[in-house]
Structures are given as C-alpha cells and as structure tokens.
Design a protein around this ligand. Structure first.
Ligand code: NAP
Length: 488
C-alpha cells in the first residue's frame, strides 16, 4: 500500500501546530502505509532539506513523550518533501501532477490546510490537472465559508469535481476521544437512553471555554468571531451528538442522517429571540493565571474599533418530541476563567421530596471534553450527619460524585483528534466527517444571528479577561430559573 499525502498550507499554523505532530505520531505507531510521502505545499521557496529542518524544529517542541529521537526523526524525515506551488496558478498543479505520477500511489490525500477562499480554485485546478482520480480524497478544513451562500458555493464547486465520499469536511472536535466516548455512552450503553429526554432532563449546557486569547491569529479571528469559529461547527456538532436519535448502524450516512435531523429541528430564530436568548461579548484587559493580559482590541492584527465577538452564550431549542421545551445552552469564548470544555446534563429533581436536600440540588451528568476527559455523575446520598440531624424525620442529603477519568483508565497515550482523523481519511472512513447538508443547516440556523448583529449598533458587551464572560450570560439563563454549572 502506498500513500501520497499532499499538505497544502504545509508551512502554516495548522500544519505546524497540529498536523505534523499528528502525522509523526501516526508514523511512530506504524499506522502510515509503508510507502508514504508527505508533500508540504506553499508558495515559499524551500528545499526538501529546509522543510525537514523546519518540521524538526516543530517536533522538538512537543511534549517530551511525543518528541522523536534523532534516529526516529531521520526515518520520519525521509517521508517529507516540499513543493513550491501557488494554488492560484494552473501550471503549478501540473507540476504537482508530475510529482504524483512518480509514485502512482494507491491512495492520494489532498489536505487543504489553507484559507477557505482558496478551496474552490484548488478543487477546480485539481480536476483540470487530472488529479481527481477515484483514489483521491480531499480534506477541507473548517470554517467552510463564512455564511450559507459562501458555504454552498464551496460545496457546489467541490461536488462538481469530486464525489461526496471523496470529500472529508473536518471538524476536529469529532476526532476527540472524549466526543467519541459521548457516542459510546449514548449508543453503547442502554442505561441512560430511557432518561435521555424531556421528561427527565431539565436543561443541557455546553461550555467551550478558552483561557487564551487570539494568540498569533488576530487578523483571522477578527474576520471570524466566536459564532462562526466555534458555534456553527464544534458546538452544533456536540448538540447533534447529544440530541440525535440512535442511528440504525455505525455507517457514516446513518450517523449523518440523524445529525441532520437534529439540525433541521433547531427552533428558528425570531428577532425578539435573538435579543433575549443570545449574548455576545468581547474581552477587555484583565488577569488570567495571575498575569495581566491586554483587551481584544489591543491584540496584534485586530482592528482597534473591532465589534467582533470573542464570546457567545445562547439558548437553543430542539423542536421535536424528545426535546421540546428543554433548553440547550451553548457558551464559548476566549480569555475566560479557565480552559474547560464540558457538557452538563441537569436532570429534573425527584418529583416528591421526602428528604431535606440542599436547595435545588438534583442529579447531574458532567461530560468533560478538555483538558480533562471523563465523566462525573452527581448523585445525592445520606452522608455524614450529626446526632441531632439523625433524629429528624427528614434527613439532609449530601451531593456525591461518581468520577470516571478516561485518561487514567485508558492512559493519556490515546490517539489524538488530528491523528485519528488523518488515519480515517487515509482509510476512507467518513463517520467522523461532516456532510455538506449538515454544514448548510448549521449555517442556516446561525445566519439570522449574524444578520441581527450586523444591524444592531450596540455591539458586543465587554467582559474582563479571566472571568466567565458578560453578566448578561448569567441573566439569560437565570430568566429560565437555571444557572451555569459553576454558579450553582
Ligand atoms: P496560515 O498559518 O495562514 O497558513 C496558510 C498556509 O497556506 C501557509 O502555508 C501559506 O504559505 C499557504 N498559502 C497561502 N496562500 C497560498 C497560495 N495561494 N498557494 C499556496 N499556498 C498558500 O493558516 P492556518 O492557521 O494554518 O489555517 C489554515 C486553515 O485551517 C484555515 O482554513 C483555518 O481556518 C483552518 N484552521 C486552522 C486552525 C489553526 O489552529 N491554525 C484550526 C482550525 C482550522 P505561503 O504564504 O508561503 O504560501
């Protein structure tokens, strides 16, 4: 078996931070085919040797356990090549075709780790150069477009030259072991299924919090914002995994069909809803981890008058029999109080109180996605009580947790998200990739919010870096009689 993996954007941030370390791990674990070439592509004029030296610099920075020894790197480096190429120049694709003809690989993966504005031209040029053979797979990074129209335009062009089963639209959240465990929890165990519905669940909270700011990606982020960067893709994919019906089997289309139904059931926005149920914020200067950090507008690459949101909290509803009336709260932002991605499922309290329980406490399932990977089940138990309390007829209950740490249980050496997804592309498995109709539905749902914000002069609410976002986010959830999990 032979593989040519062409990494367009091979010198960019994504390739540098995520893809090359993931490819090295795949190599180390013997998961790459014997005859593999990894061909980095960019407009820079680099030799193979210079590209290898660049990537060596990167791999020398990763965690010690994932760092190659000199001998290991030499073996990995033999797979690395570089091709100077401009995606807007047809002649350059002919040079790529010439290079690929040398090996006639069994499998060819084209990974477009470049700006989405280059996707359509790249796919058209790949076809014009005769590179869309049946053994070619194309990986498209998110965000795919910046609204419904641009997303459709990309999908339509791509589908003219490739079949759907050759297109791998990546949402790296789906590759995370913790998200796969969410599928396992729901569809590999019968325990929770009878409880997974409106009758027993009071609300669901999805938090994807980052404590860092825009880092070196200020210009990119300022044109994107939290709604496009996190909600339209990662957060809605989590909503799908939580709310979908059990698929009839584990095939890609069976799973995607069920996810699509969830996206189609999201209650559409009205102008009034958006004012009430969506909060946008932007971080101001503050303290994170004991250090003073600048506000968003003072970050490199950001417009000093920017109205781009770095925080969104919203209340979604799924209009179907299983979920009608259950709020799904989504919250994501940068420079928040902690780096913490988690899902909290708050169950309804027992219907009739015979115990004195702490005010408002009920059962809760917490699914930790990042940095911790695990499950916590919050129960109420009769714990320590003093003799005086023991005499009362209605004893008090104490919250206790069942705590399952997947990193401890399975070891932290599990296959990472990008490694897993790259291996799936190489093997042609589409389960963890997003179909075009899912993406279009997600854009259709968020677009009214984007339109509303464009016409709303009030702009995002400022919040101090190092906090949980604007207080309006707490007020929004409090109106339903609920609170964010760290508040209650
Ligand atoms: P980046 O750092 O700006 O890198 C862009 C890469 O594309 C560079 O290698 C650049 O090299 C190359 N490039 C630009 N124009 C080109 C052209 N006309 N022809 C050939 N190569 C060209 O961007 P990035 O952060 O890696 O992001 C890449 C994609 O991944 C984007 O769609 C982004 O939204 C997505 N993404 C990134 C991250 C992340 O953490 N960085 C996470 C999720 C998704 P030259 O300028 O030398 O040509």
């Amino acid at each position: 078996m032979s593989l040519d993996l062409v990494l367009f954007g091979g010198t960019g941030d994504l390739a540098w931070r995520k893809l090359m370390p993931a490819l090295f791990q795949a190599f180390r674990h013997g998961s790459l085919p014997d005859n593999t070439r990894i061909i980095g592509v960019a407009r820079d004029d680099l030799s193979d040797q210079q590209y290898r030296a660049l990537m060596r610099g990167r791999l020398d920075q990763v965690d010690l356990a994932k760092r190659p020894s000199p001998q290991e790197f030499d073996r990995f480096a033999a797979l690395l090549h570089f091709l100077r190429m401009d995606l807007s120049k047809p002649d350059d694709f002919r040079r790529l075709a010439g290079m690929l003809r040398q090996q006639q690989a069994d499998s060819v993966v084209m990974y477009l780790a470049t700006a989405p504005s280059l996707f359509t031209a790249a796919c058209e040029q790949l076809a014009a150069a005769g590179l869309n053979t049946p053994n070619t797979r194309v990986v498209l990074e998110k965000p795919l477009g910046s609204d419904l129209a641009s997303n459709r335009a990309i999908n339509e062009t791509v589908r003219k030259v490739l079949r759907e089963n050759q297109i791998f639209r990546i949402d790296h959240y789906l590759g995370k072991p913790s998200v796969q465990n969410l599928f396992a929890l729901r569809f590999g165990n019968a325990l929770f299924e009878p409880l997974w519905r409106r009758e027993t669940i009071a609300n669901i909270q999805i938090t994807i919090a980052e404590d860092f700011g825009v880092e070196k990606r200020g210009a990119f982020y300022d044109n994107t914002g939290a709604l496009r960067d996190m909600v339209q893709n990662h957060a809605l994919q989590l909503v799908c995994a939580l709310a979908m019906e059990p698929p009839i089997n584990a095939h890609a289309d069976a799973i995607r069909d069920e996810k699509l139904k969830v996206l189609r059931s999201l209650k559409p926005w009205t102008g009034e809803d958006i004012g009430q149920h969506v909060v946008r914020g932007q971080y101001a200067a503050g303290i994170v981890g004991g250090e003073a950090v600048p506000g968003y507008r003072d970050e490199a690459g950001v417009n000093p008058q920017s109205t781009t949101e770095t925080f969104v909290a919203l209340r979604a509803e799924i209009a179907n029999w299983r979920w009608a009336g259950v709020p799904f709260y989504i919250r994501t932002g940068k420079r928040l109080a902690a780096r913490d991605a988690r899902i909290v499922i708050n169950f309804r309290p027992a219907p009739h109180a015979i115990f004195r329980s702490p005010n408002g406490d009920a059962n809760r399932l917490v699914i930790h996605l990042q940095p911790k990977d695990g499950l916590e089940l919050h129960l109420l138990a009769q714990g320590q009580e003093n003799r005086q309390q023991a005499k009362t007829l209605a004893p008090a209950l104490t919250p206790v947790h069942l705590d399952l740490d997947f990193d401890k249980r399975f070891g932290s050496e599990r296959v990472g998200a990008y490694e897993r997804l790259l291996l799936d592309v190489i093997d042609g498995r589409l389960n963890l990739f997003v179909r075009s109709d899912e993406q279009e539905e997600a854009w259709r749902w968020v677009e009214p919010v984007m339109d509303h914000w464009r016409q709303d002069p009030s702009g995002p609410r400022p919040y101090a870096a190092g906090t949980w976002g604007p207080s309006a986010a707490s007020a929004m959830i409090a109106r339903d009689g609920h609170c964010w999990s760290e508040e209650c």
